[in-house]
Design a protein around this ligand. Structure first.
Ligand code: ATP
Ligand code: MG
Length: 561
């Protein structure tokens, strides 16, 4: 773990752990991050990773990465690999501690046999529909399955034959024998094994035709690994009595203590793997790593630094109450990190040609510009100045709209950042009246400072036309235009809230020459424009906008108010 991690504020989970260590209940802390490899990791998972790995690191303990891989139909190796890549990128290292629940399939099978031997599990021949029907509701107790009282011998025989592949998918299941009248539905004889004959598992291949259910697997895997504190989100609170039942009935190496915390819910996005899968599969985004996705892979491609995400996790805190977080908080963490780390560059996104008429044709000169205005240690880079330049269309108007306008106007002066003051002498238009070029003159005595007699307030960015790199720039915005897409109202589904302007592509931008060498994943501040990251996977330069310089959404919200 790198040492730049911000100090972690205390929270109720850390208090429990500190108490357990003080009273000697535990001598060490062992946690785990347990993803199901059925999708890419998202910002909600980052909270769990940060919490589990962070706690282990702070108390000198260990944190396992364990795949809870019990559903071969929904999982695949692409997800297994992506998850490892993303956890590592976020800054965490599990060392040798990489596990799969499927490593324990034999042992889990033995646990199931133990339950059968104790008369605490039975093979049930009801169909899935009947099982649901017998289960009852929150207000009505369930009914016992007619197969509930099979003998231990018969159950052992049938379960062995389930494993041997004798029965069709769905024809039989193994269930725990607990209490069909329990007010907690999870305790109404839950299924613990099902038949999946055709499945090929990414770790165990075709070795198994029966698969343990998540609830059975999860708590026992924690026990097998000697997890002391099993941290999970609040929806598992109702499952805890079931986990405790398994752990009490079986002779497991230990009894991990489960502690629940609230899920992170982030504005203007969705964090559910099911919904994110839909966005990918239906082509609303380009893939799991689309820079608009709330996935770690998307955020990496967008240019978010991992330290910004860790900083975000530490700022949102860990509690049991609803964790609904403003997007602006995450965005500000990204700005704070990039403001410090991103080198400054100039890039013209909407080019307008400028010819410096008093600069000799064919001549160029090299100017020097700092990489960061506040950090000299980041050094300098070279800029080429010459007769033909580009400035941004938005930095010129023929007539100033008001007194606040500091940029260039016809007949007016402006400073070119890191270079000279220029004056606009002539505006060239095409037949349609569109401005296509400015004829300007420069003042050679203004490099670095204004002459004492003139105050030129405006400073704009520019690039030299001959050396500039032509590039595509993708301007990303929030994926949804509603802060809570899942609760947008009766006549708007979450997908209706997709922001139609979440991607705008500018194909004709000019970047200062040094950006031609930017490595994929490198992030810069394009002065006055925002933070941009060189996209990966292309020969030609494509830059993703990571973030605007300021929170433009807050402004929109204020104007709307
Ligand atoms: P999803 O709802 O996206 O499918 P999940 O809980 O099914 O998420 P898992 O792969 O099981 O996904 O999650 C691994 C761990 O991450 C679990 O311990 C889970 O509690 C935690 N986690 C998942 N989503 C969030 C979230 N939004 N906030 C905090 N922790 C989360
Ligand atoms: Mg889950």
């Amino acid at each position: 773990m790198s040492n730049e991690t911000p100090e972690r504020p205390s929270n109720f989970i850390r208090q429990i752990i500190e108490h357990d260590l003080k009273t000697g209940k535990h001598q060490t802390v062992a946690t785990r991050f347990p993803p199901e490899p059925n999708g890419y990791l998202h910002i909600g998972h980052a909270k769990s990773i940060w919490l589990n790995f962070g706690i282990a690191a702070d108390y000198g303990g260990t944190c396992n990465l364990r795949f809870d891989d019990t559903n071969p139909h929904k999982e695949n190796i692409e997800y297994v690999e992506a998850i490892q890549r993303d956890v590592r990128w976020l800054g965490y290292d599990w060392g040798e501690r990489l596990y799969y629940a499927s490593d324990y399939f034999e042992q889990l099978y033995d646990y199931a046999v133990q339950l059968i031997r104790k008369g605490k599990a039975y093979v049930c021949d009801l169909s899935m529909e009947e099982i649901r029907e017998y289960r009852g509701t929150l207000t009505e107790p369930g009914r016992n399955s007619p197969w509930r009282d099979r003998s231990v011998e018969e159950n052992l025989d049938l379960f062995a034959r389930m494993r041997a592949g004798e029965f069709e998918d769905g024809s039989r299941v193994l269930r725990a024998k607990i209490d069909m009248a329990s007010p907690n539905l999870n305790l109404r004889d839950p299924i613990i094994y099902r038949i999946r004959r055709g499945a090929v598992h990414h770790q165990t291949g075709a070795e198994w035709v029966i698969y343990p259910m998540y609830d059975f697997t999860h708590c026992l895997s924690d026990a097998i690994e000697g997890i002391t504190h099993s941290l999970c989100t609040l929806e598992f609170e109702d499952h805890r009595p079931l986990y405790d039942w398994f752990l009490d009935e079986l002779e497991t190496p230990c009894h991990p203590q489960q502690i629940e915390f609230s899920r992170l819910v982030l504005e203007y996005t969705v964090v559910s793997k099911r919904k994110l899968t839909e966005l990918v599969e239906e082509g609303h985004v380009e893939g799991w790593d689309d820079p608009r996705m709330p996935t770690l892979a998307g955020m990496r491609r967008r240019g978010f630094p991992p330290e910004a995400i860790r900083d975000f996790c530490s700022r949102i805190g860990v509690t049991k109450s609803e964790n609904f977080v403003e997007m602006a908080l995450l965005e500000n963490c990204v700005r704070d990190a990039l403001n410090v780390s991103a080198p400054r560059r100039m890039a013209v996104l909407h080019p307008l040609k400028v010819v410096i008429t008093n600069y000799p044709e064919g001549q160029h000169e090299t100017l020097t510009a700092p990489n960061h205005p506040q950090n000299e240690a980041m050094g300098t880079r070279e800029l080429t100045f010459g007769r033909e330049l580009y400035i941004d269309r938005n930095d010129f108007v023929e007539v100033a709209p008001n007194k606040k306008w500091k940029r260039l106007v016809a007949g007016g002066e402006v400073r070119l950042r890191n270079a000279y003051v220029i004056r606009c002498d002539e505006v060239i238009k095409d037949e349609a009246g569109e401005i296509i070029e400015l004829r300007c003159s420069y003042d050679p005595d203004t490099l670095g400072a204004n002459p004492p007699d003139r105050k030129v307030k405006g400073v704009i960015h520019w690039v030299e036309a001959g050396t500039a790199v032509r590039a595509e720039v993708r301007l990303y915005d929030r994926l949804f235009d509603h802060p809570t897409p899942e609760r947008a109202g009766p006549d708007r589904t979450w997908k209706d809230c997709l922001n139609p302007d979440s991607l705008r592509t500018l194909t004709h931008c000019y970047l200062e020459a040094s950006l031609g060498e930017a490595a994929p994943g490198e992030t810069f501040q394009f002065e006055r424009e925002g933070y941009f990251c060189r996209d990966s996977g292309h020969e030609e330069p494509i830059f993703n906008r990571t973030m605007t310089l300021r929170d433009t959404w807050a402004k929109i919200a204020r104007q709307g108010a």
